[in-house]
Design a protein around this ligand. Sequence first.
Ligand code: ATP
Ligand code: MG
Length: 757
Amino acid sequence: DSTDLPEWLSRLNEPQREAVLSTDGPVLMLAGAGTGKTAALTARLAWLLRQRLAWPSEILCVTFTNKAAREMRERVGHLIGPAVEGMPWLGTFHAIAAKMLRRHAELVGLTSNFTILDTDDQLRLLKQLIQAEGVDDKRWPARQLAGLIDRWKNRGLNPADLDALENEAYANGRGQRFYALYQDRLRSINACDFGDLLLHMLNIFRRERDVLEQYQQRFRYVMVDEYQDTNAVQYLWLRLLAQGRRNICVVGDDDQSIYSWRGAEVANILRFEKDFPGAKVIRLEQNYRSTPHILGAASGLIEENSERLGKTLWTELDGGDKVRIVGVWDAPEEARRVGEEIERLEREGCPLDAIAILVRAQFQTREFEDRFLQIGLAYRIVGGFRFYERAEIRDALAYLRLIASPSDDLAFERIWNTPKRGLGDKTLEKLHRYARAQSIPLLRAAIEIADTDELPARARGTLVALARDFARWRDESARLTPAELARTVLDESGYTAALQAERSTDANGRLENLSELARAMEEYETLSDFLEHVSLVMDNDNSADEAKVTVMTMHGAKGLEFDQVFLPGWEEGVFPSQRSLDEGGLASLEEERRLAYVAITRARKRCTILHAANRRIYGQWTSSIPSRFIAELPEVHVVEESSMSGGASLWRAQWSEQSDPFAHVARNQPGKVASRGPGWQRAAAQPLNTAPRRIAETGRSAASMAGKARPEFARGTRVFHEKFGYGTVVEQEGNKLEIEFENGGHKRVLDSFVKVA
Ligand code: ATP
Ligand code: MG
């Protein structure tokens, strides 16, 4: 009888309410996008608490992201008041497992204050192990091993569980050994990595009956959102926990399983009924999020997949625009077009935070960021760094800055040992002291110091080579276009090779970002023009609470919704991704299609899909083919709008691009575009590299005073050198001294490292 129910519960539809009220026994809520699964799960949580069916600490509730957990907590608080304070077990798998593991750390040889390593620490540790074992870490990069170990952990495998094939995957049959060594090492430093959080807990549950039983008793209710993206270890862990009281409710959508590359197994949702016999399966079919055309387009698309349970979706919402397919000439036009539309939407009263641009690959954000800077549009990159802030882009920019301005010490410090050249902190310290004393830039100091005995021969050789590289690149910068220069530098410095050697998905993404950087540079005539542009983009960090357009990956957008969604880059090779096409399997293509389904169903009011006729790849125009997913959208739900419709305009566009090679450049010159917003104006007034330059200048004035005070070292002066000890000056040549040291040895040293004894 729904009259006794709180208003928020009677507002739910019948099957949603059933999911909320079916508190005893296993429940599977299997339903398409936007049908209110998360809403129902949230209501269920509120209901359990309101009815005192459990204390907050007796409910285990897993969300896919920390943000989703926060929102759920807020929402429940909104529904039933502050009673929800302290829901210790509401969070992501990782957050929950970490909390548990702190309580039982000693059972796996850790103490409760164990450290959780970040990726950098993890890689450093692995590298040490690899080198200590005498394995070539160029051929078998640490990152590759890290990826394998992560995959094993996601599958719930301990070192002893690996089979021969797994073992073969690294360093000719030493996978198992390295995995075991790594685990030992982690234990000895009282640390674990992310993958360990769940695996350790799973191991504990399997070995220690009493601990498992304690949790099985505690958790009266277990609930999981986005169940289709659980991996093996999460699944095993959950199943053990829920088998006590069997009050488990999971919700998901097999059509939205998009994380198989991270070990997620859609099979988990398909076998739920087997694991929990008698499970109540609830299907939701009414979609509350999207207008009929959006829903129709997405449903039509996903029907192309063969491996799915299949479901019907309908909506009571009516009207709404068809999904728009917009063909543009190239990526800059794509960004321009989206920018214009967003400005129009803003004028019409649409708040910026109701708008999202969802991309397939990180590199795609660059064009939009550049454009939004030019027109002064506030945006935020969610779940990643802004393009020019990504580590590999900063590295590349540091090289370029140092070529353009050899006194850019910050740039030098960023790249002097990146990729790894075997230089240590001691060397950098020396360089710093010397550079300060002489009031010269670090790069210059590197050359001068290499001419002395202050550093070990190896370091000297490396520094000389580096300095020569920079001298050569600087020469070449006059002759090469900025983009050519960037590619040369990335190749010759070994930066690209180091990334390629990693053979990881992550490294692939970073390589893509670097080619996108070169692509961005195609639009500039000189290196300094480009660097100027970048410094402007970097400064465009507008205030935190201003409404902003969201730019993020489709993967990151799971579970979210926006009024207006733009989906750029729907071309073969971008989306579906080149990798999914190369792998060629049906499975990877179907996963891409599920991703397309997720992307379209994020839209509430309007969805715009864009595809460019041309992409510039390594300076060459290549024409691209619209994504097969576009062709798969049912015609009744889409409308095509091509800026190049009609052969004439297509021809015009093509013609003007080719006959006027600078048409492109002119359009994209930052200075020629009307701008607004204080960020832009402030930025425009500033020269490039303001910060480093300022530092260099302060350094110079302090040092030049020190320079005036520099003593002359007369022949025969007895001096003390911190490394070589006492000695007598034989010769002075500028800032370099020839010294006969008392413990033997004739060395060339720098005067700033020497005191009169
Ligand atoms: P996804 O598969 O994308 O995660 P979902 O199934 O979790 O989607 P929700 O995010 O819970 O869907 O709901 C989608 C939208 O529908 C939300 O804006 C939500 O507030 C609204 N909604 C959910 N249930 C109802 C309902 N019974 N009546 C009205 N609106 C609803
Ligand atoms: Mg949801």
